[in-house]
Write a protein that binds this ligand. Structure first.
Ligand code: HAM
Length: 440
């Protein structure tokens, strides 16, 4: 028997309703913030990720799925969405569009060769958003507000937004110098990778998974303390806008993020819910003012975020999120071989008219058919046998009210639609059809 690859999972038909509901909420909130969907390929040339995410990041140096194709080019399954979106933004010259600020979102699979555990997969789904064209702190605040609104729409409450600033070139250079001076005397105490990172990209030492609790890292200087006045002002303005929108956050001076492209604002959203386990960072993002330029485009700033959708679904488990309800409007019971052609025609007419409808394809007895009705959560059950055919009639039962009627078989579709249009509950308090207790 073949098995799925380690770190991957199947979404079974019983679970897909949750994914649909999650994606629907995401798309609705995206409309509110005026972000439009962009779809980019899952594979890109390897170099794109080296240039953007960074050679010395764990993501690129240890976690990418790379392969050489038959044309001898090196390709990579995208480990994140920002690089591909930036590539597309440049390649399609979106910077020359009539709209000066381009706002896009994406939902799709990403691939990282990580050690799998709950909430951490090798193929996982991200919902991400990117906004290009403005360096205004308003846009940093908008992107954070957008992420928070997604959580509000999903009714996930117990979250913390952690916020920090890395500043731009000058701030980052001053910080890098201070960090190197601090680390130098103890660098040999750190792991082999960190010793290499000291030479290539010292900031990456701060997100080392082996040494993250080492005293020399805990006591390391913080980027926030090396911001130029201009960069500090940018960060203060982001905080002011968030305050104005009543968005809670905490400033986390240790937050640096694991990708190289960030400048200024970086943030993560952490959820405090038991169902999440150790992987409780559900969203990460930040500003990247030089990424477009470094990938060959013009000097256009950008800012964005990405959510891990599996982690969001785990968070939703704790609030008993049901997902899209799964049901049928009609289950048609066709009794007898001679009734099958007629039955198929009726079934297809109902479907073409917009009803969710199905039949038993296994010629089960009545007991077996009723089991399927229950399983599919069908509202109406219509029975079409030899008698019905002879009389041009059909028997139909409303599973909700228990009412049974015999109607002309040509009225099947109209009857169901008319019944579905009726207001379903007389009482909005207890949801019973008629109710004496709640005076509604
Ligand atoms: P990231 O922090 O690498 O950022 O990933 C964003 C989110 O994806 C994480 O917070 C987490 O929820 C989820 N995630 C990451 N790796 C895994 C995994 N192996 N399994 C399950 N979930 C995972 C980025 O990817 C940036 N591109 C975000 C961004 C967009 N920054 C600016 N624009």
């Amino acid at each position: 028997m073949y098995q799925k690859m380690k770190g991957t999972y199947d979404v079974l038909p019983t679970e897909s309703g949750k994914w649909h509901a999650l994606e629907k909420a995401i798309r609705n909130v995206s409309k509110l913030y005026n972000y439009k969907e962009i779809r980019t390929p899952i594979i890109e040339y390897t170099e794109l990720f080296h240039r953007s995410v960074g050679e010395s990041t764990d993501i690129v140096s240890k976690e990418t799925y790379d392969f050489i194709d038959r044309g001898k080019r090196s390709n990579t399954l995208r480990p994140e969405g920002t690089a591909g979106v930036v590539r597309s933004y440049i390649e399609n010259k979106l910077y020359a569009d009539k709209l000066p600020v381009q706002k896009v979102y994406y939902v799709g699979p990403m691939f990282r060769y990580e050690r799998p555990q709950k909430g951490r997969y090798r193929q996982f789904m991200q919902f991400g958003a990117e906004a290009f064209g403005s360096s205004s702190p308003q846009l940093d605040a908008e992107i954070i507000a957008y992420a928070v609104s997604v959580l509000k729409a999903l009714k996930i409450k117990d979250v913390t937004v952690r916020l920090n600033s890395l500043g731009d070139h000058d701030s980052k250079a001053a910080y890098k110098d201070a960090l190197m001076v601090h680390l130098k005397p103890s660098i040999t105490e750190l792991c082999h990778d960190c010793q290499t990172r000291y030479e290539t990209n010292p900031l990456r030492i701060l997100d080392c998974k082996i040494d993250n609790n080492h005293p020399v890292l805990v006591e390391a200087p913080k980027p926030m303390d090396y911001l130029t006045e201009e960069d500090a002002n940018h960060f203060d303005a982001v905080c002011d806008y968030l305050d104005a929108m009543n968005i809670d956050y905490v400033i986390d001076k240790n937050l640096v993020r694991g990708l190289d492209y960030y400048t200024h604002t970086v943030f993560e959203v952490e959820a405090h819910l038991e169902t999440l386990g150790a992987q409780n960072v559900i969203c990460g993002g930040g500003r990247y003012d030089h990424l477009v330029k470094s990938l060959g485009g013009p000097e256009v700033p950008g800012v964005g975020f990405a959510f891990g959708l599996e982690r969001l679904l785990f968070a939703l488990e704790s609030i008993q999120f049901k997902g899209d309800p799964q049901y049928l409007h009609l289950f048609l019971m066709i009794l007898g071989e001679e009734q099958k052609a007629d039955g198929m025609a009726m079934l297809n007419r109902c479907r073409l008219g917009g009803l969710f409808a199905d039949i038993d394809f296994m010629d089960r007895g009545m007991k077996g058919k009723w089991k399927q009705v229950e399983h599919h959560n069908a509202r109406f059950v219509a029975i079409y046998g030899a008698n019905e055919k002879a009389n041009n009639k059909i028997n139909i039962k409303d599973q909700q009210s228990g009412e049974e009627v015999t109607i002309s078989k040509h009225q099947l579709y109209n009857h169901i639609v008319a019944e579905l249009m009726k207001p379903s509950h007389a009482c909005t308090s207890c949801e019973a059809d008629s109710c004496d207790d709640c005076e509604e």
